[in-house]
Design a protein. Structure first.
Length: 258
């Protein structure tokens, strides 16, 4: 089993800084850097990619906070509506949903074509597992997603007994997905391949992860199925785009060719 380690913290000028907050900031910056850099490498507008990332992260974060309060602390929110101003407490599916809505709004504002929207979304989808690995590592260090009791090799020896740390499991799975993306990136894939694969993988994974909760969350199943179905639909769209491209004699060979 994995030994239990208390979350690292640093005290500076009377303030306490936790590893979770530091890694969350690193995850945001990593996602920003990867999206902007990859967009530029693929011939997209670097400035627009930067603004798109800002809106996506900003509204995604606050969307995750609002949905967390509505789903899990609705009674407290009614009594104390100022809880909305307290940025602590997030629900990842809320961040994903609101982040995507921000992308759609941004695309309409700058009059993106459908093809342009797919390409920017694909850049976002590629960067997601890298930044999410860092963010979930912070969750693993904070131990804020404790699962069912277990004696498996990946269980953590918590003071109250061995249990699964769901943040750790998700960080490891996201790291594996990031490695797969690095391998897949060696070939040309039509947009929105990486975005669709991210939706599918995230949805299926969260459906499985919900079975490891001490009390499964119904909304996780709802959003998990929605993400998986949307990912499948977009993968079919990607396949159709690739099939049309291979009809042209000038199209380069790729993984879908043949």
């Amino acid at each position: 089993m994995i030994p239990y380690l208390a979350q690292p913290r640093v005290h500076v000028l009377g303030l306490t800084f936790y590893a979770f907050g530091f890694l969350a900031a690193v995850a945001f910056l990593t996602g920003w850097w990867m999206i902007v850099s990859r967009a530029q490498r693929l011939g997209l507008d670097r400035a627009k990619a930067g603004r798109l990332t800002f809106h996506m992260l900003w509204w995604g974060y606050w969307g995750s906070h609002v949905l967390y309060l509505l789903l899990f602390q609705s009674a407290e929110l009614v009594r104390q509506p100022w809880r909305l101003l307290n940025p602590f407490g997030i629900y990842s599916f809320g961040g994903l949903a609101c982040g995507l809505l921000a992308v759609v709004w941004f695309a309409r504002r700058y009059q993106f074509t459908r093809r342009q929207l797919w390409r920017y979304l694909d850049v976002v989808g590629f960067a997601f597992p890298f930044s999410w690995t860092i963010a979930r590592t912070g969750c693993a260090l904070a131990h804020d997603h404790i699962g069912v009791a277990s004696t498996s090799w990946i269980a953590v020896r918590f003071p109250a007994g061995p249990r699964l740390d769901l943040g750790l499991i998700e960080a490891l799975c996201c790291a594996g997905l990031a490695v797969c993306y690095l391998v897949l990136d060696r070939w040309p894939w039509p947009a929105p391949f990486f975005f669709a694969l991210t939706l599918l993988a995230n949805g299926l994974f969260r459906l499985w992860l919900n079975t490891l909760h001490t009390a499964p969350v119904p909304s996780d199943d709802l959003f998990g199925w929605a993400s998986a179905i949307a990912g499948c639909a977009m993968l079919l769209l990607t396949w159709r785009h690739r099939a049309r491209a291979t009809d042209s004699p000038k199209s380069p060979p790729g993984p879908f060719a043949g």
